[in-house]
Design a protein around this ligand. Structure first.
Ligand code: HEM
Ligand code: HEM
Ligand code: FE2
Length: 474
């Protein structure tokens, strides 16, 4: 590297987290492709990397890379927001290596050992069998230690430096994020109770703490990239915090319809989860509104309309608002009433929602942070879009939209054939999946998955080649 413009150790550390996140993101996509290929050709890699293993790695890698990118984002913005160097950089570096090594070991065990008997040894050393959080117990505890260290650094820095609204929200949010993880660590042999607590982690992460986290990142990004007024952005952030926690906490009821919990969850889940899209709509409007207002004010003063300091990142930030709205707001709302969920529950429709929501709400903005970090690293004042960045963005976003459309179609076949026509019977389950319409959806998902993956490859080459053009305004 010819020149390194990173001004603080905190930002340097952030780039470590981002780099590892990008690698795991790549691994996530590779194993997603393996699983998607197995839908089309069931014998593919049979007894080498079975579907269950590929799927497990796919979705656990998803969680892991996002947590790494989350920590990276916090380390990146802390010095800007607090005005001081982050406290505990040494600890942050140590924890990075501990966390990364643990992940590598866990993945190797997933690949090489894969399964074990239903006993404590398996839980401690292979996996816990809780979808998305399958890390074995030793790694579970390790993750708690790592995250506590991270939260300590955040608090120590926030208390010492300037505590902006963004930092304050992050401090509260990251504590909640870490605390909720504990709910998924208990052990019980009652599957209803187990699922009940497991959903605390999954649902309250994605529909409360993660949403607040990306709200903070969006606020930071809008301020740094287009000079949005802090007062306006932070006011919206607080409103969103209130709304998200208000609807998200009881919205958990939409996962309690069919797991053996009392029936009052039908009403609670229906009502509160139906309210959940409201903050997402508010966020969407807020990005556009803030930006329009900013430009209008500048025009009125006769100034030139402001430049966007980082075009690729800004594009990803705007796509976040759109993706969150579509994936969580529209696709989520669609199946959130128990009357609808009875038909769609656990079909490919769920997967359509899962993909568009996770990608739209979180992957997008984290990719935006990758670009912000690369810009900072090379000291680029104004970063324009490149051919590569435009291709990468279009192929990744278009690919995931295409996968979502394909999965939605396959889901409809399951709803109509398996649930409506054949009454959710055992044979209905298989008949619906033998339907040619279902199979075509699976083909298209694979094709669109390949488009997504190629887009990712272009993204990586773009991020890596930006360094070579140092000094130049791109
Ligand atoms: C960005 C935010 C969100 C993310 C990342 C997300 C992700 C997911 C994922 C991955 C699942 C599947 C879980 C499994 O494997 O069983 C799921 C299920 C579900 N989500 Fe979301 N979700 C989000 C927001 C929402 C919102 C706002 C709503 C409602 C308005 C919603 C409604 C549902 C429902 C009803 C299910 C259960 C599906 C079923 O019964 O099969 N989600 N979500
Ligand atoms: C190369 C692109 C991708 C392919 C081919 C792919 C394929 C798959 C497959 C085959 C499954 C298992 C579905 C099942 O059990 O029926 C799956 C699950 C999942 N994938 Fe992907 N995926 C890709 C990208 C992504 C991305 C970018 C995200 C989010 C950022 C994501 C999030 C998920 C989630 C949350 C699930 C669990 C869904 C559920 O349980 O309902 N995937 N994916
Ligand atoms: Fe949920």
């Amino acid at each position: 590297m010819a020149n390194n413009y990173l001004t603080t150790e905190s930002k340097k550390l952030a780039t470590w987290y981002f780099t590892f996140a990008a690698i795991i993101f790549g691994a996530q996509l590779v194993f997603g492709l393996v699983a998607a290929f197995q839908y089309v050709m069931p014998g593919f890699l049979f007894e080498i990397v079975d579907f269950s293993v590929a799927r497990m790695i796919h979705i656990n890698a998803l969680v892991v890379w996002m947590v790494f990118a989350m920590m990276g984002s916090v380390y990146w913005l802390l010095p800007d927001e607090t005005g001081i160097e982050t406290v505990g950089i040494g600890l942050g570096k140590l924890l990075f290596w501990v966390f990364a090594a643990a992940i590598v070991i866990v993945v190797l065990v997933y690949l090489l050992v894969q399964v074990g008997p239903a006993d404590q040894t398996t839980i401690w050393f292979i996996n816990e069998g809780r979808e998305y959080l399958e890390a074995p117990r030793w790694a579970d505890i390790g993750i708690v230690v790592v995250v506590l260290g991270f939260v300590y650094n955040l608090y120590a820095t926030g208390m010492k430096g300037n505590r902006s609204g963004i930092v304050t929200v992050l401090m509260a949010d990251m504590l909640a994020f870490a605390g909720i993880y504990l709910a998924g660590m208990g052990y019980t042999d009652n599957i209803s109770i187990d699922q009940y607590w497991w959903w605390w982690v999954i649902h309250l992460w994605v529909e409360a703490t993660w949403e607040v986290f990306v709200g903070s990142i969006a606020a930071y990004g809008l301020i740094t990239m287009i000079g949005a007024h802090r007062k306006v952005v932070e006011m919206w952030l607080w409103i969103e915090v209130a709304m998200l926690f208000g609807s998200g906490i009881l919205g958990i009821g939409h996962h309690y319809f069919w797991i053996g919990t009392p029936e009052y969850w039908w009403e609670i889940g229906a009502l509160f989860s139906a309210l959940e899209p409201l903050p997402l709509v508010a966020m969407f409007i807020h990005v556009l509104y803030d930006w329009g207002k900013q430009q209008g004010a500048q025009e009125a003063q006769g100034k030139e309309v402001s430049v966007i300091a980082n075009k690729p990142a800004f594009t990803w930030f705007v796509l976040q608002a759109l993706g969150n709205f579509l994936g969580a707001g529209v696709w989520g709302f669609f199946h959130t009433f128990p009357q609808v969920n009875l038909y769609t529950h656990g079909t490919q429709f769920t997967s359509a929602h899962g993909h568009l929501a996770f990608f739209g709400a979180y992957a997008t903005i984290l990719i935006g942070m990758f670009y912000i970090a690369v810009q900072g690293k090379h000291g680029i004042k104004v970063m324009h879009a490149t051919k590569k960045s435009i291709w990468a963005t279009s192929m990744i976003f278009g690919g995931v939209l295409g996968m979502t459309a394909a999965l939605t179609m396959s889901g409809y076949v399951q709803v109509l054939v398996e649930r409506a026509q054949m009454g959710a019977s055992w044979s209905g389950y298989f008949d619906s999946q033998a339907s040619v319409w279902f199979a075509q959806g699976m083909d298209w998902r694979l094709i669109m998955g390949i488009v997504t993956f190629l887009g990712f490859v272009i993204l990586v080459t773009d991020l890596l080649s930006i360094g070579k053009a140092t000094h130049h305004e791109r």
